[in-house]
Ligand binder design. Structure first.
Ligand SMILES: NC(=O)c1ccc[n+]([C@@H]2O[C@H](COP(=O)([O-])OP(=O)(O)OC[C@H]3O[C@@H](n4cnc5c(N)ncnc54)[C@H](O)[C@@H]3O)[C@@H](O)[C@H]2O)c1
Length: 262
């Protein structure tokens, strides 16, 4: 199946995402694909990232402002900045239907090599930013009586890969934070789910995949016989954000070609 075919406006109406107010944190490899996927089905997308160049590229290349969206730059390790971003997005779009957390970092080292500062940075970027943004978005969505939240977990949230200590810890914590949010907000019409990809080809994994022997070794672990591409996660995110997923909450959906089956 060709997963590169862009969805369109009639798909947006079918999904219930036409004109939806969407905040996507993270304009990296996966974030960029999500911004494009949601904008292509007619959603108004605000994106935020700490990298001004990535935000600018998304805004300009995808013509976000013409499509009712906007780009913001901010360091999401700062709780006040994160809360202001959610408030500004809400003010601009008039409501907040979907929040997606696709911010993250990884750095593969043995546990014994991480410093205190490294640990804190991982937890701030991968976990705390999700809490600051998700809590602020949750307040708006619960008051609104509807909303969808999607967090990027990873297969590392359940598997104990070597050299993934703080990354795996942050993703396991994302899973549990998501499940408690899902439980607490279910009777307010807000669903909360996680997408847990295996290796997806993005800037996050590019350097690691260039090392000798890494790519074939990783491909051999995937029953589907290949690594993922960004488009593999866009469809599942559109589904979880859509009107068809109103009764789906608290799930960790693996997008890994079967990696976690074996
Ligand atoms: N690519 C994969 O193989 C893969 C696999 C499983 C899970 N994930 C998860 O998916 C999400 C997106 O990953 P990606 O592949 O797009 O990574 P990426 O590195 O391409 O993008 C991550 C983005 O987060 C931004 N960011 C980092 N720290 C920030 C901060 N303090 N404030 C604001 N922005 C900040 C970066 O600028 C970058 O644009 C992450 O949570 C990642 O852990 C990715």
């Amino acid at each position: 199946m060709d997963v590169s075919v862009a969805p369109n406006a009639s798909a947006g109406a079918w999904l219930g995402l036409d004109n939806a107010a969407v905040l996507i944190a993270g304009a990296g490899g996966i974030g960029r694909g999500l911004i494009e996927g949601f904008a292509d089905v007619g959603a108004r997308v605000v994106t935020v990232d700490g990298d001004a160049g990535r935000v600018r590229a998304a805004v300009e290349e995808l013509e976000l402002e013409r499509r009712g969206g906007h780009g913001l730059v901010g360091d999401l390790r700062d709780p006040d900045r994160a809360r202001k971003i959610v408030a500004e997005t809400h003010e601009r779009l008039g409501r907040l239907d979907v929040f997606i957390h696709a911010v993250g970092m990884n750095d593969r080292r043995p546990i014994l090599d991480y410093t205190d500062e490294d640990w804190r940075t991982f937890i701030d970027v991968n976990l705390n930013s999700a809490f600051w943004l998700g809590q602020a978005a949750g307040k708006i969505m619960c008051a609104q009586g509807s909303g969808r939240q999607i967090y990027f977990s990873s297969v590392a949230g359940s598997l104990a890969h070597k050299h993934h200590g703080p990354y795996a810890a942050s993703k396991g914590a994302i899973n549990q934070m998501m499940r408690v949010m899902a439980n607490e907000w279910a009777n307010s019409g807000v669903t909360v789910n996680a997408l847990a990809p295996g290796y997806i080809e993005t800037p996050l994994t590019a350097e690691h995949l260039k090392k000798p022997g890494v790519r074939p070794a990783l491909e051999a672990l995937v029953p589907a016989g290949r690594l993922g591409v960004v488009e593999d996660v866009v469809g599942p995110a559109l589904f979880l954000a859509s009107r068809h997923a109103a009764f789906v909450t608290g799930h960790i959906m693996y997008v890994d070609g079967g990696r976690t089956l074996i």
